[in-house]
Ligand binder design. Sequence first.
Ligand SMILES: *Cc1c(COP(=O)(O)O)cnc(C)c1O
Length: 417
Amino acid sequence: MLKEPQVALAAVRLGQQRVKQAIRSAQQQARDGGIEPEHVVETVLAELPKSATSLRYVLNATGVLLHTNLGRAPLSQAAVRALVTAAGTTDVELDLNSGHRGSRGAGAMAALLEAVPPAQAAHVVNNGAAALALAATALAQGREIVVARGEMVEIGDGFRLPDLLVSTGARLHEVGTTNRVHLEDYRAALGPDTGFILKVHPSNFVISGFTSSVPAAELSELGAPLVVDIGSGLLGPHPVLTEEPDATTALDHGADLVTASGDKLLGGPQAGLLLGSEELVHRLRRHPLARALRVDKLTLAALEATVRGPVTPTEHSLRQGQAELLRRAERITGVLAGAGIAATSRATSAAVGGGGAPGVELPSAAVVLPQRFAARLRGGDPPVLARVERGHCVLDLYALAADDESDLIQAILAVED
Ligand SMILES: *Cc1c(COP(=O)(O)O)cnc(C)c1O
């Protein structure tokens, strides 16, 4: 049985053990009379999963560009190719010229430094939270982090930045009130125990009304090291998301260290970026904890390809016009009408999500179906995740690559009753 070509292919994909189990089970069914003996191969193939991972490819029709539950940014083809290349043995920490140990991920660091000219040095860890944890541990353990009360953020799934910072052995010195903080508040909090001043981007909420916060440029004048958590990972100013902080501007305004995520607006793999002064980055890199937060070769490869490579799928979505999205929605609606499915298209607004550009509405377009489609599409192949809005299943096209359109149509046709 294992020599049957398709079964042999499955064994390469899934491992012999798994395939043997399926063969035994199908043969037992044949003995019990449940299936005809000539259907054993067919049964084995039907029972085996398509892939060795339980993670599925999911079509994101939620209109949330960076959906944390869907793995945030989809990687560019360039990044996917880079990580596949790096998956074998690779020179991640070897200098092929000298034959000696090289600096780990030097290519990714060089790419970041080119993209963020005011940064003297860069270091990459597992994610944005790890970047903050490393900064707090190396620069403020047993000392104080001065932070505005209005910037004590919960980032999702119950995780709170203040708890993370305190868990490193640093103490928080909160300044200001929920809605307002002034330069004088920070100045009064500084003392011999200050590790650094932390400015956190309120990336998933907006406070409006009677508010005030202190810009990095003013905080940097106070004399204590200034760490800015920009959240989203934009390396430079963005033409559409003009309010979103970026690493270059934060450093130009005097930040000593910037922390950010790799899989938000940067559009790359999950990673935590640390950019800034040579001296601080060196201290982080040499801290024992750095080893525990180290990223693997796959992340480094994908990150370098993201920073140097072509426009990412995330950025591509941000550049698309609403008129084109509406045309796509109408085209899909037309195909569905041809198959007897009553769908409508309409303008809607999408969101950045995943901790970025809160309150910014991105002009988008959607295909609207009866609500019963939502659960069925989620259970389909590939699964499609939609929005349910006022009794309708809304398929927002903003985060969906144009290449995925035919898969979307097939998925809808497959679950139609
Ligand atoms: C997202 C975010 C984090 C956490 O980053 P992860 O990469 O999810 O660990 C921290 N701070 C801010 C401001 C964020 O937006």
